[in-house]
Design a protein around this ligand. Structure first.
Ligand SMILES: [Zn+2]
Length: 230
């Protein structure tokens, strides 16, 4: 009997949640520290982004401000590089680091970087997977329909794959960013180290998200296995 009152696999969910919370707290505190370090170049995040895009020969990407904190992203569909206020108009090491990271994504897009294309291709399936997997799985548990359990697990696997392919995309964008900031002189050697800390903390949130998804997948597999033994 599947009981909500005692489901030890909840521990897997809790561990995943704690990992994600720890990673997000860390990126916030690291960003806050290097937001207070003014860059010697005096460039704002937006200026740094435009310079990097220019250096990379990219002319069809627009740099725009966006509301929120740590909401920075590059959207390949409309070629928009959106920077949050703390990045767009600030001259800190953190702002320039994040702006350069988003430029890394724009360069990946311009050079047809394979993992980025792969990730874009997986997005629709991953969205369907993460939305439908749990309802189907739950129906499978309640009505003891084995194929629904299997389908739920397969669909959730696509959500995990999406998280997995996100990692090379993120790490690659950061390493491109740090190289360009160092070689162009937009940041000095010590400043690059600070930017690296911010970008590494940001990358760890994606590692935590992947770990949390794998734990959730494991939970589904354990629950399905338990159902088999009933
Ligand atoms: Zn990124």
């Amino acid at each position: 009997m599947y009981g909500y009152y005692f489901d030890p696999t909840y521990f897997l969910l809790v561990i995943g949640m704690l990992l994600s919370l720890a990673a997000s707290a860390r990126v916030k505190s690291t960003f806050a520290i290097y937001s207070r370090v003014r860059s010697a170049s005096g460039l704002t995040g937006a200026e740094a982004a435009r310079r990097i895009l220019h250096m990379a020969g990219i002319t069809d990407v627009t740099v725009v401000p966006i509301s929120g904190s740590l909401t920075d992203h590059y959207d390949p569909r409309n070629k928009r590089l959106a920077l949050s206020q703390d990045v767009y108009e600030r001259t800190s090491v953190a702002a320039i680091g994040v702006a350069a990271h988003e430029c890394g994504h724009a360069i990946q897009d311009a050079t047809n970087y394979v993992p980025l294309n792969l990730r874009s291709a997986i997005v629709p399936v991953a969205n369907i997977g993460s939305t439908l997997s749990w309802p189907l799985f739950l129906a499978g548990l309640i009505f003891s329909i084995r194929p629904l359990l299997t389908l739920g697990i397969i669909l959730f696997t696509f959500a995990v794959l999406f998280q997995l392919v996100t990692l090379p995309v993120e790490f690659n964008a950061s390493s491109r960013a740090l190289k360009m900031l160092g070689s162009s002189g937009m940041l000095g050697t010590d400043e690059v180290k600070g930017a690296k800390k911010v970008l590494t903390a940001a990358a760890l949130t994606y590692v935590a998200a992947l770990a949390a998804s794998i734990l959730q997948l494991l939970r589904l597999i354990i629950l399905a296995g338990g159902r088999d033994r009933d």
